[in-house]
Write a protein that binds this ligand. Structure first.
Ligand code: RIB
Ligand code: CA
Length: 311
């Protein structure tokens, strides 16, 4: 499966990229960065640090540093480097975002899956610039963002959609299938320290990175409301590899852009049957709502175990 990742690296984005690179079933054609939880300069540097430490040769493009139309909003404007490395950093490619995506999509000989893990600013720009190319080359978009039942940045909105709701609405309004891996499923994917110990017996570079990221996350979240760590952005990657461990709802998803209180909220009109007025047959959305936690933990280990064999 050929994928393009868009991210605002951060610990859980880094875990998702690590697992994607570790899996021989995914080919990461490129990575773009966006502002989001952190400023663009920091998300780009964090991605460079990660790729250097993993010694991964993947083209990296620095994307948007402001949302499509709104004032800039960043979750943590004072973010620090995600990790230290003694390896040399590779600079981002010398292409702007649109040229980067044009090159990657036009050059793809097989369908590509977009995997956005950040505000959807970059992806919306690509759709607006090259709608026909995206229709032709992008098979589907499998993203982390939103939440049907609740938000985490406001009561209504999840961070990635809150930061750029207009961009999110452009993506859901476009006619490429979208799988939403939002807070509903992520909040069920808690990795406790006890459960995560199983990953510490592996020695390959991907396992070592995941161990570092988990330890870091546990140290941050030990007083939080979840008894463990949630690696939100790993959910789309696991969904791509093991869709059978997830369940969801089909329907039409819209993102609120006009309301003061509910900006960035995810609205799902559930498909009850083909005659249902709420369901727009031209749109193909799926909201992942639940997962088998035990299998999620097992499959992460399976990725690390296979990487260990191949090391
Ligand atoms: O709300 C979760 C999202 O915001 C994830 O993509 C995570 O990386 C954070 O930035
Ligand atoms: Ca993210």
């Amino acid at each position: 499966m050929k994928i393009l990742i868009d991210c605002d690296t951060g610990g859980d984005d880094a875990a998702a990229i690590t697992l994607a690179l570790a899996s021989s079933d995914l080919e990461v054609l490129g990575i773009s960065t966006c502002l989001g939880n952190l400023e663009l300069a920091q998300t780009t540097r964090n991605t460079q640090l990660l790729l250097a430490e993993l010694q991964a040769c993947v083209d990296l493009c620095a994307g948007s540093d402001v949302p499509l139309v709104r004032q800039k909003w960043v979750g943590n404007p004072n973010g620090k480097d995600l990790l230290e490395t003694d390896k040399e950093l590779t600079p981002p490619v010398g292409l702007d975002l649109l040229s980067f995506y044009h090159q990657k999509l036009a050059g793809a000989s097989e369908p590509v899956t977009l995997v956005p893990l950040a505000p959807l600013t970059n992806i919306a720009k690509v759709i607006l610039a090259y709608p026909d190319l995206v229709r032709e080359k992008v098979e589907r978009i499998v993203l982390m963002g939103g939440g049907i039942a609740s938000g985490n940045t406001t009561g209504a909105a999840e961070l990635n959609f809150y930061a750029d709701p207009e961009a999110a609405q452009i993506v859901f309004g476009f006619d490429v299938p979208v799988v939403l891996c939002g807070l509903d499923v992520c909040h069920k994917a808690v990795i406790t320290q006890e459960a995560g110990q199983r990953y510490f017996s592996y020695q390959n570079k991907y396992a070592k990175m995941l161990q570092y990221l988990l330890k870091r996350s546990w140290s941050y979240r030990q007083h939080g409301s979840f008894n463990g760590s949630i690696l939100y952005d790993t959910i789309p990657v696991l969904y791509l590899l093991y869709p059978q461990i997830f369940t969801g709802l089909k329907g039409t998803i819209s993102i609120e852009t006009a309301s003061a209180l509910c900006t960035g909220a995810t609205l799902l009109s559930v498909r009850k049957n083909d005659g249902d007025d709420l369901y727009d047959k031209d749109k193909q959305h799926q909201a992942i709502m639940d997962l088998d936690l035990q299998l999620y933990l097992d499959k992460i280990e399976a990725i690390l175990a296979k990487a260990e064999e191949q090391a």
